[in-house]
Write a protein that binds this ligand. Structure first.
Ligand code: SAH
Ligand code: SF4
Ligand code: F3S
Length: 446
């Protein structure tokens, strides 16, 4: 038999993109491809792209530019662009990157294996950037990069139209998957060794709304929690306008649901929040956090912020800084505003100078880092339960894992513990990491 063709998938962007890459790769591997990490060896290179900020697009453009040479050396190489930038920049990709053979948006990924074959057979460029219905390839459960942890998409698209955000334009309308399908997928994953599942959606709090049969995130969490062998259940991302007491109660009550909530605030200024079309106020956000902490013991909260949104004054930025100090998040992801063509905010002048965005970004990070340093130091001395993920990248003699509240813990140990829940006594800390030692005799829960 001839050598199987080799496949390389490069992924930019969010967890949804990582999952899409995994599903697409699994599909092609089933069809007879062999995986490779090397662009030199690959017969097919797929670049899964993100459009959320200009910086993400720049990285994809630069990689695509560098592949031009490779294609000249090996004309039979197939280069495909998939994901959000394929949808948004299809014309420009075709114009500027003549060596790209295939452009496939996130709503057509279920046809990808077929499209790659078409390119290989006919040597013709293929463009597939449909709108409307979201194609979904069936998941090949046995082909996963991680034995113990898996992402599961519960919905696609987004109907929120935050003024700055391109996602609704590139990922289409919000659409929830039927719960029976999700439950069956999680059951199959758990039967194959998965212990932790993270449910993905742009706004998981509105899960079920498009099904119209009373299904909600809470009813889904209840059904998934009942699956024997599923130890940890997480979900991202939540929207403050839809995060209900009912959800918080379910988090407290269901043993597998982790006490961790990613609840992006974006800004602490009501004027900015209004112009962002976030549809909640600073007061509402703070009230939701207070209620969450009241209802879910030991809960940790993470957030996203955008600095330098159009018209953001020093005083408005100070309101964001104040909110960060007040809430004391476990972690914050801070982004400099990047105008996206076609969105409502792109019609406003991008009037906060780059160096001001830079400075606000730096200041918010410094505030958050001091909080993380103090809060992590306060955990030293405690014993926590860690789901071991595997050897630490920095030091192979150490293991890395997470607590259910999503603290990262590093400790010396045997890589055979991967996938187990182990008790670890914390002995040291940095702002981002806790260090510990395995509690001897404290039996690992297998
Ligand atoms: N609901 C999505 C959001 C995806 S974008 C989710 O599942 O997480 C992730 C974060 O990027 C957003 O929360 C926001 O803070 C940031 N972001 C989105 N659009 C942006 C833009 N135009 N400029 C800067 N940051 C942006
Ligand atoms: Fe963008 Fe808002 Fe949708 Fe998130 S919820 S993807 S920030 S529009
Ligand atoms: Fe990026 Fe698309 Fe995700 S724009 S953040 S890859 S939904």
């Amino acid at each position: 038999m001839a050598h199987p063709p080799k496949l390389l998938v490069v992924t930019f962007g969010c967890q949804m993109n990582k999952l899409d890459s995994e599903v697409v790769a699994a599909c092609l591997l089933e069809a007879g491809y062999a995986p490779t990490e090397s662009p030199r060896e690959a017969d097919v290179i797929l670049v899964n792209t993100c459009s959320v900020r200009q910086h993400a697009e720049d990285k994809a453009w630069s990689l695509l530019g560098s592949l031009r040479r490779r294609k000249q050396e090996r004309p039979e190489l197939v280069i495909g662009v998939i994901g959000c930038m394929a949808q948004k920049e299809r014309e420009r990709i075709q114009e500027r990157m003549p060596h790209v053979d295939l452009v496939c948006g996130p709503m057509e990924l279920d046809r990808l294996a077929e499209l790659v074959e078409e390119v290989r057979a006919r040597r013709e460029r293929v463009l597939a950037v449909g709108e409307g219905h979201v194609g979904r390839a069936p998941r090949v459960v046995s082909r996963r990069p991680n034995r113990f942890q898996a992402f599961v998409a519960i919905m696609r698209g987004c109907d929120n139209y935050c003024a700055y955000c391109v996602v609704p334009y590139v990922r289409g309308r919000e659409e929830s998957r039927p719960p029976d399908e999700i439950v069956a997928e999680v059951q199959a994953l758990v039967a194959d060794g998965v212990r932790e599942v993270t449910l993905l959606g742009q706004n998981v709090n509105s899960y079920g709304r498009t099904l119209g049969d009373g299904t909600s995130l809470v009813t889904l969490l209840r059904r998934l929690d009942a699956i024997e062998g599923l130890v940890r259940l997480r979900f991202v991302t939540s929207h403050p306008k839809d995060a209900t007491d009912e959800l918080f109660r379910a988090m407290a009550e269901l043993p597998s649901v982790c006490p961790h909530l990613h609840l992006p605030a974006q800004s602490g200024s009501n004027r900015v929040l209004r112009d962002m079309n976030r549809r909640y106020t600073r007061e509402h956000y703070l009230e939701r956090i207070a209620r969450l902490r009241e209802l879910v013991p030991g809960v940790e909260v993470a957030s996203d912020f955008i600095v330098g949104f159009p018209g953001e004054t020093d005083a408005e930025f100070e309101e964001t800084a104040d909110l960060v100090r007040q809430v004391e998040f476990q972690n914050c992801f801070i982004f400099k505003y990047s105008p996206r063509a076609g969105t409502r905010a792109a019609e406003l002048p991008d009037d906060v100078p780059w160096r001001v965005k830079q400075e606000r970004n730096r200041r918010l990070l410094a505030i958050q880092e001091a909080i993380m340093r103090r809060r992590n130091a306060a955990m030293v001395g405690r014993t926590v339960e860690v789901l071991v993920e595997g050897a630490s990248h920095r030091d192979p003699a150490h293991l890395t894992g997470r607590t259910s509240a999503n603290h990262i813990v590093v400790f010396p140990g045997d890589p055979a513990l991967a996938g187990q829940i182990s008790p670890v006594r914390l002995v040291a800390s940095t702002p981002l990491t806790l260090f510990g030692t395995l509690v001897q005799g404290g039996a690992s829960r297998g």
